[in-house]
Design a protein around this ligand. Sequence first.
Ligand SMILES: [Zn+2]
Length: 405
Amino acid sequence: MARGDVLSHIDESELVALTRDLVRIPSVFRRDDPAANEAAVADYIRRWFETEGFAVEIQQVAPGRENVVAWIGDSGGGPCLLLEGHTDVVTEGDPREWAHPPFAAELRDGRIHGRGAADMKGGLAAAMIAAGAIKRSGRTLGGRLVVGALVDEEGDMLGVRHLCQTPIGRALSAAIICEPEQNELCLEQRGVVWARVTVHGRMAHGAMPEAGVNPIQGLGALLREVPRLERRLRRLCGRSRYLRPPTVTPTVVQAPLVGVPQSNVIPSTAVATLDIRLTPGPEEPAVAREIDGACRAAAESCPGITIDWTPVNGFRLATRVPRGEPLVRAMVAGVREATGRQARFGGVPGSTDGTILRMTLGIPIVTCGPGHRLIPHQVNEYVDVAELVDAARIYTASSVKFLEQ
Ligand SMILES: [Zn+2]
């Protein structure tokens, strides 16, 4: 059967309806609310795949938080391609700020509006429809096509970390991350380290600072080191055509850490978090050495102070996949066949589940999905139906191409 026949199994109205259904099931995770998680949307997706005749595995990641993993085709010797999406969405914030209700999935002017429309129930629906089209076409694959609807991407990425420990995860050979990137082929993703820096001093009376050591002065010294740290990391990381250079951004400053804040008390500790974004190049120890250096310089400028730091959730290094990878070549051909256009290349400003797949399994990943790159986490989130349909066609053509090798 020709590939054109597979694409003819993609139905726009079905894709739109599926996306709207997914958006209408709120899946904001709230730790203190047992009903606020991915359970309802995961259940919907499981039933959808079962109806379509897929093999389905439910992976219990945490209470109420289940990965849905569905697949067609055999892995027996052939490659395993993952179409990856996450089921959680970030908070809608204040619903009054939205022009359309955040969970109504209104369809207006060729756009679906709502929280998660772009990030990323649209991309997830496109992946489901793509896999469904291949299944319905009856086409035999030279490997296995897996769709993963994973939990907690917006949190600690527990879903993808769990997947990487399971047999079906370990068998993967490549992944398309269906995050909103305007359907560009993103071969690079920035990495992130959240360096939580603790400055230790000695408690004392505010009127007698000479009797203590003020950690807040150490914190000030550390913040003065930030521009230099940023410059050093920019030198360390290679230049990227698609990514902004590394940045170091203080995001949390806190003192005292324990006890009641009081105007006349010098606290014993102060804490800052530095949000450090990286581009491809250096390994973990080289980045850690630069952060060590900034802490040391700050400590040396404040006698009596000690400074240490830890990476919150570990290192997520930047990723880069070479153009010559079979997955990239399959997607370049897939884009041409699906849209009649040349592939556009881009880069992902943040990290995604793909970062974990690349770091843990070492497999090539390409991030490509429908939705404007800057729209995630904003009010008035939307996805263009035309882009959604293109994405489903790209996933279909690229998967067929990749799995016939
Ligand atoms: Zn996302």
